[in-house]
Design a protein around this ligand. Structure first.
Ligand SMILES: Nc1ncnc2c1ncn2[C@@H]1O[C@H](COP(=O)(O)OP(=O)(O)O)[C@@H](O)[C@H]1O
Ligand SMILES: [Mg+2]
Length: 423
């Protein structure tokens, strides 16, 4: 605190000035009679004015020094900032350029100061940037993040472009406005993100290929079981019938009847195994019929009541083979989950075509699913489905159903969108 603002100094100064004023008044009225008083007052006035001037000059010096110190402190803070700090005036000429800015833009401060900000912007953004800053000045908002919707780009002195993240703030009054941009070079982060995204895409492609290969293998085995084994069994049945014609021994006849029953069972098992592997119906009749069959078969085998609303076959015809298979497998997996995990009494299935996409919903009234269930390391059913639909450009959601159980929702564009992730 300045010595002048000390209470004792204020009281003493005021008292001194009061006394001097009084002495002056007395000197004016009695000056003719007391000439010595005139002399003393004159000297006191001169001394007072001199002291006043000295004190004022000292105060100005102290204030200037204080401003200098605070500017130096601010500069040191700005210079030690990890982020680049660039301040421009209303004409967008640079007035502050900290050390981080020197590094980011690869340009010494002396070269940047006083110059236009434009040299640090790629040419294609210059006009737009100028407009944006002026618009920001007019809004009166004091600060905001820049480039919310898109990546911002800067230009280093050596001509290299780089992605950045920035916030802008303004200060000063209209006409003498300053804009300060605090920015960060995000090249490394962007490279990391791009690499991660590429890796995710590769993994997704790999998992889709693995699923596809598995599906093909299953189809091949299903066909062989159905066609080859089916035909052989039919031939056996015909041979057995021919032999039975010739048999007269009641024991042998009984044996032949048992053999026929066994053969019928084998045919039924073969059909079931083949259908579980891959319902040839899916290839021959399409998704709607195959889904209908799956729901009926599930209801019969599990005893869970099923309410199914399935789109007519024509509505789903446009679906590609991959999409049909994925939706069919999603239905199969969710019904299996209902039977294995939910303890539900009833399940609702909705399969429809809407806005060029297939939508499947499977809802149950069972015990519901907890977020931790989805993270079980050994459970791959739902994770696999999520990847599969993301790969097809669709999406999968799983959560609480309105009726209390679990609801699974799946969406996939009819033709799929291979390799693209869902938004
Ligand atoms: N309909 C459902 N009701 C209750 N819990 C479910 C349901 N579907 C899945 N879950 C839970 O989510 C977990 C993960 O399911 P999933 O990925 O299909 O793997 P898995 O069936 O092999 O366990 C299951 O273990 C189960 O705890
Ligand atoms: Mg499962």
């Amino acid at each position: 605190m300045s010595l002048l603002r000390h209470p004792v100094a204020i009281v003493a100064g005021s008292a001194g000035l009061g006394a001097l004023l009084l002495a002056n008044l007395v000197a004016i009225y009695r000056g003719m009679d007391l000439p010595w008083l005139l002399g003393v007052v004159l000297v006191a006035d001169i001394v007072a004015v001199g002291v006043g001037v000295l004190v004022a000059a000292r105060e100005v010096l102290v204030a200037e020094r204080r401003i200098e110190l605070s500017e130096a402190r601010l500069e040191a803070i700005i210079d030690s900032a990890m982020d680049a700090v660039v301040t421009v005036d209303a004409a967008q000429n640079i007035v502050v350029f900290n050390r981080a800015a020197e590094q980011v833009f690869r340009c010494p401060r002396g070269e940047a100061l006083g110059g236009s900000l434009e040299r640090f912007l790629p040419e294609r953004f210059r006009v737009r940037h100028h407009g944006h800053v002026e618009h920001f000045g007019r809004t009166g908002v004091t600060s905001r993040k820049m480039g919310d919707v898109m990546t911002l780009w800067g230009l280093r002195a050596d001509g290299e472009e780089f992605p950045l993240e920035a916030a802008i703030s303004q200060s000063g009054e209209p006409g003498r406005r300053y804009y300060t941009v605090i920015l960060r070079d995000i090249t490394l982060r962007k490279q990391g993100e791009d690499a991660l995204r590429a890796q995710q895409r590769e993994l997704r492609e790999l998992s889709a290929r693995v699923l596809e290969a598995r599906e093909e293998e299953k189809t091949r085995i299903a066909r062989e079981l159905h066609d080859e084994l089916g035909q052989l069994l039919t031939a056996l049945k015909m041979d057995l019938a021919a032999i039975r014609e010739k048999l007269t021994d009641p024991d042998l006849l009984e044996k032949a009847r048992a053999m026929r029953a066994l053969l019928d069972q084998t045919v039924a098992s073969t059909r079931r195994i083949s259908a579980d592997l891959r319902p040839l119906m899916l290839d021959d009749l399409g998704l709607a019929d195959a889904a209908g069959w799956l729901v009926q078969d599930f209801a019969r085998r599990s005893g869970v009541a099923c309410d199914a609303r399935l789109a007519p076959a024509e509505a789903l015809h446009a679906a590609s083979k991959n999409v049909s298979t994925a939706v069919y497998r999603a239905l199969q997996e969710s019904l299996t989950n209902v039977a294995r995990h939910s303890g539900a009494k009833r399940v609702w299935v909705l399969l429809e075509a809407r806005d060029g996409a297939i939508h499947l919903e499977v809802e149950d009234d069972g015990r519901g699913i907890a977020p931790a269930d989805l993270a079980k390391p050994r459970s791959l059913g739902l994770k696999g489905m999520r990847e599969r639909f993301a790969y097809l450009g669709g999406a999968l959601e799983i959560g609480a159903a309105t009726r209390g159980g679990t609801r699974l929702r799946v969406r996939a564009p009819m033709q799929g969108k291979e390799g693209e992730t869902a938004a």
